[in-house]
Write a protein that binds this ligand. Structure first.
Ligand code: 3EB
Length: 322
């Protein structure tokens, strides 16, 4: 087993947190507002799956945890999880709020001895609001890029990520980091997000397509949010069914690429898939398509979320293992 695993459970969070090896529970069962506690994250996105899924990040060693400077932290001897609420003051620029939050998070990761960021989740309100370079996702990208730059993280160190919008309330950023460097991967079918052309915003999105954390006992693979983007363009704008086919092909291509590059005997096996969709009406069709592709055994978590490009209807992410 790898030193860190991701599993889905329908058991109550308090019960799951009784184990001292649980780094964090990400609770998708209680929609509504962001809620953070000791080793507990409710990201505030509405769950569209019938099962009350909770995502359980487990280590192979006991975990310690605490709260410092508004950042909830927990770590084992190998991996760190940090979570921070994003409160936007009236009239405050989202880019500035994100830059400050990233600055704190990256500073704490480094100070605690886990400078190698593996995976970041970003959830905040009204991601598509605002026009042109003023669109909130583009402002978010500016703040994130500034913070990475200021902290000395170059493109080669960008982690896997997701950035998803919701209907209102506070945002949250949470991340996983390690003491030892992981390997980051791009998708040969896609232009690297950090090389997207200017038309997508003043600063390109700072993330890798996938990140692999290898350990003696195996490896954990983090797939970034993946959508119907080939090259840098959206295919099948606004069409969830068409976008699903392209997105699945992107994921399969990425898994093959990782296996080849990392000299794995086989592509990593996905232990869970999360799907974000803009229109809840598309959930039944999306679920059928995902089941047909991934089979009955892989947990599927469907969440109502806004994708960062307005013409994107769905986005998928996942965790894999070998
Ligand atoms: C894309 O391929 C789709 O800004 O962190 C996917 C994953 C996307 C992460 C991010 C954006 C991000 O560009 C959008």
């Amino acid at each position: 087993m790898p030193r860190l695993t991701c599993r889905y459970s329908t058991e109550p969070a308090e019960r799951l947190l009784q184990s001292e090896r649980v780094l964090a529970v990400v609770d998708f069962s209680a929609a509504g507002q962001v809620e953070l506690g000791a080793r507990y994250i409710n990201p505030g996105l509405p769950l569209l799956s019938p099962e009350p899924w909770r995502e359980v990040w487990r280590c192979d060693a006991p975990v310690v945890s605490g709260l410092e400077g508004g950042c909830h932290w927990s770590h084992s001897d190998a991996v760190l999880l940090l979570a921070r609420r994003i409160e936007e003051g009236r009239g405050q620029d989202l880019g500035a709020a994100v830059r400050d939050a990233y600055g704190l998070l990256l500073g704490q990761a480094r100070a605690r001895g886990f400078p190698h960021v593996l995976r970041i989740w970003n959830y905040f309100a009204h991601i598509n609001q605002g026009e042109g370079d003023g669109e909130r996702y583009k402002r978010f990208c500016v703040g994130r890029a500034q913070a990475f730059e200021a902290a000395g993280y170059a493109e080669a160190h960008y982690p896997a990520a997701s950035a998803i919008g919701h209907g209102g309330g506070d945002g949250v950023i949470y991340l996983l980091a390690a003491q030892v460097p992981p390997r980051h991967f791009e998708n040969p079918q896609q232009v690297s997000a950090y090389r997207y052309p200017r038309c997508y915003g003043p600063r390109s999105p700072s993330f890798a397509r996938a990140t692999l954390l290898e350990s003696r006992g195996g490896a954990e693979l983090f797939l970034s949010g993946t959508a119907s983007v080939v090259g840098h363009r959206t295919l099948h704008p606004g069409d969830p069914a068409g976008q699903l086919g392209v997105t699945l092909a992107n994921i399969e291509g990425l898994l093959q690429h990782v296996a080849a590059r990392a000299a794995l005997p086989a592509p990593p096996r996905l232990t869970g898939v999360k799907a974000y969709l803009r229109e809840p009406e598309a959930a039944a069709g999306l679920r059928r398509g995902l089941r047909a592709h991934f089979g009955d055994q892989v947990p599927l978590v469907l969440l109502r979320g806004d994708i960062c490009r307005r013409d994107l209807a769905i986005e998928l992410e996942g965790v894999g293992e070998r």
